[in-house]
Design a protein. Structure first.
Length: 384
């Protein structure tokens, strides 16, 4: 059963989506935390957000643990160090920090994903954080980066590091990785290098049109270290059986990404005995021939983007009621009022953050990604 609510704290608020299985298994919580007063200094906004987060954790109970936290900052070069100094004492959850300014005028927002009834810990010697239950190991990772010259070299090293860390856990990129996020600074000039490296890595790992790729978002963003051009977050699951992961295409709405030179899945789902989780990649206003739909019109692009997301969800047997969180990326700050009104009207109270982040193709004004979960009976698999 799913439910959502908005909880207000002192100078901050949280949009919360909870999924509780009927049989009392692992519960899932997504929370999007926002600062309520944009006139506060960054130090005050950070304090308000972290106070709200602490209060939220206290209200959820001691058996609810964070597995990933992603902070959206307005100015990482000046803000990340203070944030990281606060986070260093918190051993729980993979940590992602990205400069993608919240477009409500605040300096910081936070998405956190939490699980109830699991064991959770950092994996020593890696950037992986694992949550274990019922024979599954959910491996979240944040902020892979390096300072090699150029986005192509940086992406290659990021993947090599990640592949080695997965291998040490008995996993492979092709069999276990569910989702990646790539944040690329100066994306109009550096995205191509990231794509070349990703395509080359996928080829060496046996990922093709005839097998599958990985759900992904490649978007403009700057990490905690502005000298690194590419940052990657990732999610993998150990303990899956063949066939437990599937892929979504919505071919009547979208084309295969490889048709225009990039390689990722539009959506990926993972079936467990008691639920299906769905991961929708960054999705834009595109048609089944790879063309931009409604160029220059933010309102119609937003509608077409949501239509595409809805088609992917429907192919996975889900709808927007099952969506647990959404991240909305806008290329132009000036489009915020139109998009905010649309999302507030269509998805009141749903965990949503709207940020400034250039999409990989200049003509796309908006991109949307989301995660969803719905009840399902899959007796051939163990429950989550």
């Amino acid at each position: 059963m799913s439910n959502q609510q908005t909880v207000r704290f002192d100078r901050a608020f949280a949009e919360i989506h909870r999924y509780e299985p009927a049989d009392g298994g692992v519960g899932e919580v997504h929370a999007m935390l926002h600062v309520a007063d944009a006139t506060l200094t960054y130090d005050e906004q950070l304090a308000a957000l972290q106070s709200a987060y602490a209060a939220l954790l206290g209200s959820l109970g001691s058996d609810v643990l964070p597995v990933i936290k992603r902070y959206f900052l307005s100015d990482a070069a000046n803000q990340a160090n203070l944030l990281l100094s606060h986070e260093i004492d918190d051993p729980l959850g993979a940590l992602s920090v990205v400069q993608q300014p919240p477009l409500d005028g605040t300096k910081i927002a936070l998405w956190v994903y939490l699980l109830r009834g699991v064991k959770a810990q950092a994996v020593p010697g890696t950037q992986l954080f694992e949550a274990t239950h019922n024979g599954y190991r959910h491996l979240w990772a944040g902020a892979y980066c390096n300072k090699e010259t150029g986005s192509e070299a940086q992406t290659t090293i990021i993947f090599n590091t990640y592949i080695l860390e997965l291998a040490a856990q008995g996993c492979t990129l092709s069999d276990n990785c569910v989702r990646t996020w790539f944040y690329v600074s100066d994306i109009d000039n550096r995205y191509a290098g990231m794509v070349r490296a990703r395509n080359a890595v996928f080829e060496t790992q046996g990922l093709t049109d005839k097998t599958h790729y990985i759900a992904s978002t490649g978007i403009g963003g700057i990490g905690a270290d502005p000298k690194s051009f590419v940052h990657m977050d990732a999610y993998a699951v150990a303990g899956l059986q063949p066939g437990q992961m599937g892929y979504l295409y919505a071919a009547d709405h979208l084309n295969r990404t490889s048709e225009y030179g990039v390689r990722f899945e539009r959506g990926t789902y993972v079936d467990y005995g008691d639920r299906r989780q769905i991961f929708i990649s960054g999705t834009a206003s595109i048609n089944d021939r790879g063309q931009i739909v409604h160029p220059g019109d933010i309102r119609r692009q937003a509608e077409r983007t949501l239509e595409n997301v809805g088609a992917l969800l429907a192919e996975g047997g889900a709808g927007f009621d099952d969506v647990a969180q959404m991240v909305v990326y806008l290329r132009d700050h000036a489009d915020y009022a139109v998009v905010q009104h649309l999302f507030a009207e269509r998805f009141p109270g749903k965990p949503v953050v709207i940020v400034y982040a250039p999409v990989c193709r200049p003509g796309w004004l908006i991109e949307v990604e989301c995660m969803a979960v719905r009840a399902a009976e899959n007796p051939m698999y163990k429950p989550f």
